[in-house]
Ligand binder design. Sequence first.
Ligand code: FES
Length: 157
Amino acid sequence: MAVEFSQETLKRYDEIVRRYPQKEAAMLPVLYLAQKEFGYLSPEAIQYVAELMDLSPARVYGVVTFYTMFNMEPIGKYHIQVCRTLPCALVGAEKITALLKAKLGIQVGETTPDGKFTLSEVECLASCGTGPMMQVNDDYYENLTQEKVEEILRSLK
Ligand code: FES
């Protein structure tokens, strides 16, 4: 399937690239833009970004696979990312993940059959003083407890 940016996204792409001395330096925001546009970064999307930025697909693929914020598979409507790095781990991140697994009936890396939730474990999200914490799409939820997690899940329609 051919993928390409909409006219509006192409305009946004031009604005981003103009801010950097070299095109390649804009790769992270451009990949983020591509993920927003396409939902996830398929091999076709990676190829498209590589062509747009005059880079090899392997170079783009290397960046995509390095960062947990990029998804190479379709994800659920709500992408729940639990921080598992030491400061969060010390205050119970594992229990939060176990609770989410039980509540959603999926393992880390999986999506619920209705396509609503994807569960991931990620490294530090720079909110270390308020762990355990998780990110759901663009929002942070901090100082998590079992009750809070249950309430958050109920609020996600
Ligand atoms: S260790 Fe969890 S946000 Fe930094």
